[in-house]
Design a protein around this ligand. Sequence first.
Ligand code: SR1
Ligand code: MG
Length: 424
Amino acid sequence: MALSEDYQALSPETLGARLGGVEALASRIGPDASAWSVREVGDGNLNLVFIVEGPKGAAIVKQALPYVRLVGESWPLPLTRAFFEYHALTRQAARDPGRVPEIFHYDEAQALIVMEYLSPHIILRQQMMAGRRVAGLGRTLGEFCARTAFRGSDLSMQAPDKKADVALFSGNVELCDITENLVFTDPYFDAEMNRHTAPQLDGVVAELRRDEHLKIAAQHFKRAFTARAETMCHGDLHTGSIMVTDDQARIIDPEFAFYGPMGFDAGMLIGNYLMACLAMPAHVADDAACTAYQDWLLDVVGETWATFAGEFSRLWHTERTGILYARTLYEDQGDHLASEAALREVLGEIFRDAMGFAGIEMHRRILGLAHIAEFDSIEDPDVRAPLEEKALRLGRTLVLSRAGFAGIDQVIATTRIAARGEAQ
Ligand code: SR1
Ligand code: MG
């Protein structure tokens, strides 16, 4: 998309004058824009994010930049990602009410969304690095992943609506291109933008890049990403896309939304939980406290998947109104056992996919362009590298042994062994 002639990036200095007339904002912050205080707080890879506060309240203004913030103007990126984020948020709000920020205003030409300021929430990744728990985290995220996966799919939607939505989100080309390259391809060869802890990891990196089974599996999952438009995925559900208090979690930032495999979001998320778990010795000094926190993280992994499976099953029994696995073939024939068998088969496939996506996410966060703070903040490379190596090896096991795991408990047990430094 060509840059709209009207588009101008906001700054803390210009925001009040530019948006003072937006009723949806003024009614929440206060009518006198000169009394607003504006801070730019974006710490993600792509956008501007402002907290706007005034006498009546606060709001977030998120604006896309015409380039990748992490890299700079040499990497242009379309403003349309704000359009896809806006549409994804509206669908997620309908599919799992209360879990995404409320939208107050959307301006397509300025590529900006005015939305609810989540306070006192902080980014889940920061919460985890501080060794703090979030009550009910696995339940909230498991429900979110199951509800958005099920209700955005042909298991639930009417076919014309689903096809129209697939067509709409198929325009999110450049953001999908980022995932296609940075997640599924670049980590598996010495791509230009890659970086890893060197020389400490050079050996294991070479080993992974020589592994033909791993490369075939990564392309298997890239094919699933590009070809299997099963449901609207968040598209970037890592622990930086979740804001939390000690007992609440909300999901933000779905600008990478696309129609893809039902296990994609749960898999990315689980990959991020597992990396947090393996990185934890660098963040929690006391051994016993560290082990206890790792156990909590692994409980979250288990709770996320168990909730996903439970909620997906509940929706299967109560909301199967789409064209797939129609009740006319099963329950209406009195064939409840076959419906249960079909559900088990679908859930089994989602689980295997999720484990594959988890492993690939773990690889790309250590070998690719976009790393995670859990590892990157470890200053001493001799401390960082062994933890990263555990994640790389666990990621490989998840990808290649996905069909061999009896269930999430075995994944958890395997991670616990890796965290203790025993061979897998
Ligand atoms: C160039 S963008 C790099 C990464 O940042 C986003 O948060 C996505 O995870 C993307 O892969
Ligand atoms: Mg993001």
